[in-house]
Design a protein around this ligand. Structure first.
Ligand SMILES: *Cc1c(COP(=O)(O)O)cnc(C)c1O
Length: 398
C-alpha cells in the first residue's frame, strides 16, 4: 500500500480523534524515523517523550524478544520475576517504597487518586474529601484523570467528573493556600507542566506545597509521567528540588515504547491506603513490560544517561536561547533538561508542519509553545541539525 492508500484506510476505519500529520511512519534507527516513502526525519518528539533510548537499541530489543519467547502474560494472581526486578529498580531509583504497575499514564493517575482517597477515608471514614489540582495541568483522558486536568476544552463535554476538585494557579503558592481546608486529601501537580506549555515548578512553590502537605497530612502527588525518567537531568524531576512526593506517577519513558505506567508510594501511604481487593489490573505489570522496564533502568545506568542529559541539555538550551535572540517570532524559552519549550508569536502548528517538511519532528504544547522532548541519547550534532531545520521552518512562517 502507498501512503495515500494507508491514510484513506485509516480515515475509514480509525475513530477520528486526532488530526494526524500526513505521513506513515515505518521504522526507526537511533534518533531518526523513516516513513513509508523512505523519507528520513530527525525526531525531537520521541513519540511524546516516550522513546528515551531512541530507536533500535539492540540490548533493549533483545531483552524484549527473549521475554516474548519465555512468557508474555500471567495476570497478577501469580508472581513473575521480570516485574519484581523492575519494581525493585523503580524503588531504588526513586527512594519511594511500593509500586503498582499500570498500562498507561492516565491509569497511573487513577490509581494515585484512589490511593489518596483511600488514605483519607481510612483516617475519618468520610467520602467528601477534596483534591487540589493546577490550572493548565494535564493528567490524562480517563474520567478520574480528567477531573484533575485543568483544561476546560478536555473536560467540559464529559462533566460531571468524579470527586471534588479545586484548581489553583501553578507557581502561585497563595492560590494553593486559599484552597486548603480540613477536607483536602491531596495536592496533585506535574513537577514540570508538559502539555500546558512547559512550565517548571519554581523551587519555593514546590517546597511551599510540600510544607503545606506535611503540616496538614495532605498527600503530595507528583505527576512525573512526562518529566520523569531522566528527562530533566535527574532520574525524577522532583529530585532536582530536594523534596519527595508521597505518591509519584510514571509512564511514557518508563517502558521506552511498551505500554506501561506506574504509581509509586511511600511506605506511609502503602500502610494506610489500598489493600487487597481495592485495586487491580489484568495486564498491568505483566512479564513482558517487566522485562522492558527492568532493561530500561539497566541501560540508563550503563550509559549514564542522566549525566548525559545534564550535559547535552546545556547545549540545547544555549542553541534555543540563540533562537530567542535571533528571531522576533521566538518570544521565550522555558524548560528543564531535555524538556524544553519555545514560546512563539506565530501559529505553532504551522511551524511544526513546516519543520516536518524539512525532515524534523517537533510537537507543540499549549496554544503557542513548540515542544522539544527528544530521545535522551541525542548528541550535539543532532541539536545542530535540529536548529538548522527549524530555521528553515521559521523562514517560511514569518
Ligand atoms: C501523557 C501524560 C499523561 C497521560 O498519559 P497516557 O499514557 O497518555 O494516559 C498524564 N500526565 C502527564 C503529565 C502526561 O504528560
Amino acid at each position: 500500500m502507498g501512503k495515500e492508500a494507508f491514510i484513506d484506510s485509516a480515515e475509514q476505519h480509525i475513530l477520528h480523534t486526532y488530526n494526524r500529520n500526513q505521513i506513515v511512519l515505518e521504522r526507526g534507527e537511533g534518533v531518526y524515523l523513516y516513513d513509508t516513502d523512505g523519507c528520513k526525519y530527525l525526531d525531537f518528539a520521541a513519540g511524546i517523550a516516550v522513546q528515551a533510548l531512541g530507536y533500535g537499541n539492540k540490548e533493549y530489543n533483545d531483552a524484549l524478544k527473549q521475554q516474548i519467547d519465555k512468557l508474555i502474560h500471567t495476570s497478577n494472581l501469580y508472581y513473575n520475576a521480570p516485574i519484581i526486578e523492575a519494581a525493585g529498580k523503580v524503588c531504588q531509583a526513586s527512594g519511594l517504597d511500593r509500586v503498582f504497575f499500570t498500562n498507561s499514564g492516565t491509569e497511573a493517575i487513577e490509581g494515585a487518586l484512589k490511593a489518596a482517597k483511600k488514605y483519607a477515608y481510612e483516617k475519618d471514614g468520610c467520602t467528601d474529601h477534596e483534591i487540589i489540582a493546577m490550572e493548565h495541568s494535564f493528567h490524562g483522558r480517563t474520567m478520574g484523570a480528567l477531573s484533575v486536568t485543568g483544561n476546560a476544552h478536555y473536560r467540559e463535554p464529559f462533566e460531571p467528573l468524579p470527586g471534588i476538585v479545586k484548581f489553583a494557579e501553578y507557581n502561585n503558592l497563595d492560590s494553593v493556600k486559599a484552597l486548603v481546608n480540613e477536607k483536602t486529601c491531596a495536592i496533585i501537580m506535574e513537577t514540570v507542566q508538559g502539555e500546558g506549555g512547559i512550565y517548571p515548578a519554581e523551587k519555593e512553590f514546590l517546597s511551599g506545597i510540600k510544607k503545606i502537605c506535611e503540616e496538614n497530612d495532605i498527600l503530595l502527588i507528583l505527576d512525573e509521567i512526562q518529566c520523569g525518567m531522566g528527562r530533566t537531568g535527574a532520574m525524577f524531576a522532583w529530585q532536582n528540588y530536594g523534596i519527595k512526593p508521597d505518591i509519584m506517577t510514571c509512564a511514557k519513558a518508563l517502558g521506552c515504547g511498551v505500554p506501561v505506567g506506574a504509581f509509586v508510594v511511600t511506605q506511609k501511604v502503602a500502610d494506610a491506603s489500598l489493600k487487597p481487593g481495592d485495586h487491580g489490573t489484568t495486564y498491568g505489570g505483566n512479564p513482558f513490560v517487566g522485562a522492558a522496564v527492568s532493561k530500561v533502568f539497566d541501560i540508563f545506568e550503563e550509559k549514564n544517561l542522566v549525566a548525559h542529559v545534564k550535559e547535552i541539555s546545556a547545549y540545547l538550551e544555549e542553541q534555543l536561547d540563540k533562537l530567542v535572540e535571533e528571531y522576533d517570532l521566538v518570544a521565550a524559552r522555558r524548560g528543564m533538561g531535555l524538556m524544553q519549550g519555545l514560546e512563539l508569536s506565530v501559529p505553532v502548528g504551522e511551524v511544526s508542519s513546516k519543520a516536518l517538511e524539512h525532515g524534523l519532528i517537533v510537537i507543540t504544547a499549549g496554544s503557542n509553545v513548540l515542544r522539544f522532548v527528544p530521545p535522551l541519547v541525542i548528541e550535539k550534532e543532532h541539536v545542530d541539525e535540529m536548529v538548522e531545520k527549524l530555521k528553515k521552518a521559521f523562514g517560511e512562517c514569518r
